[in-house]
Design a protein around this ligand. Sequence first.
Ligand code: GLY
Length: 364
Amino acid sequence: MRSIKVNLDKKLSSSYEICIGNAILDRMVLLIAKNHKAGRHIVITDSNVNKLHGPKLLAALKDVGLNVDLIEFPAGEASKNINTAVDIAGKLLELGAGRNSLLIAFGGGVVGDLTGFVASMFMRSVPYIQIPTTLLAQVDSSIGGKTAVDLPYGKNLLGTFYQPQAVFADLSYLTTLPENEFNNGLAEIIKYGIIDDAKMFRLLEDNMDQVKIKDPVLLLKLVEMCCRIKKSIVEIDEKEQGLRRILNYGHTLGHALEAQSNFTLSHGEGVALGMIAAARISENSGYLESSSRERIEKIIQKAGLPCRINNNMATEGIISRLKMDKKKEGDIIHFVLLKKIGMPFVNGGIDGKIITPVIEGMRE
Ligand code: GLY
C-alpha cells in the first residue's frame, strides 16, 4: 500500500493520508480502527455500491471491533440534492449518531460529495473518511475536501470545503466499474497530464491500450501520480483562490456541454470535449503550438472519449450556460488555457466571440 500525506495549513484544516493499493480491505479497516476511533462509524453509500461491496466492508469493519451501521440512498446524480442530505441527517439521528460519530463515504463522486456535505454540517460537523470506489473519485473528487449538493439551477451550487480525515483508494473496486464510469476517471487522468506532467502525458500516449484494459500495475502508478499532483495543488490553494483553478481545465465548457445535453453526455465526455476546446482556444490565441493541440486531440480519441460536439446542442445554448458558470467573476468567464503540455494558466476572461468558432469547428 502506498501512502501520500496531504499537508494542510493548520489554521484551516488538519493534514491527512491518502492510502492507495490493490485489495487493501484488511489493512484499511485495521488502520481505521487504530487511527480513526469514534463512538460510532456510519458508512454512507448508494444502492449500487452497497449491493456489490457493502456487506463485505461492513463485516470487515465489525470484525475489527467497530460499532458500525450503514445508510444507503438511491444511486445516481438525481440523489445529490438537499433532500437526500436531510434524509441522511434524519437517519443519522434515528441511529443515535452524535458528535462522537465518524462518517465513511463509500462510493463514487456523488456519495463522497454528499457525505462530506452532511459531515460538514451534522451537529455542526463530524469527521469523515473517504473510500472512493470509482476512478474519478480515486484520482479527483475524494481528495481536497470539496463537498456539495446540486440545486435545480446547476450542479454543486451548495457546498463547503471540508477535508476528510483519510482517503483509502482500493483499486480492486475498479474491476466492477462500468466502461462509461471508467472513462470519466480517464478524462481526469488525461487532464492531470495536460496541466501538470508532460512525462505522464507521454506515458499515457505510449500505453493507452494497457490503460483501457485496466492493467493493474499501470493503473496503480497512474492513480498515485494523479493523487500526488492533486495533493500538491490542494496544499498550496485549499480554498481555490488561484492555483487550484487549473484543476478545472476542460471543465468550464465541459459542464456547459453536460447541462446542454440534458446530462446525456457524461462528465468525462463533457470534460474531454472541453479539454479539446480549451486547447484550440489556446492555439487560436497564439499560446499553444498546433503540434501540442494535435497530441491532446489524439490522446482523447485513443482513450475512446468524444472529439466532436453533437449538432443537437445549439451554440447559443452552450454559450448562455457558460455565462452561468459558478466560477465566473462578474461577466468574466475564466478559462484554463495552455502554453505547453504541463504548463497551464488561468485566462483573465474569454469573450463568447472567441469560443463560438471553436464550438462550430468541433461539430460532427
Ligand atoms: N475537482 C476539482 C477540485 O477538486 O478542485
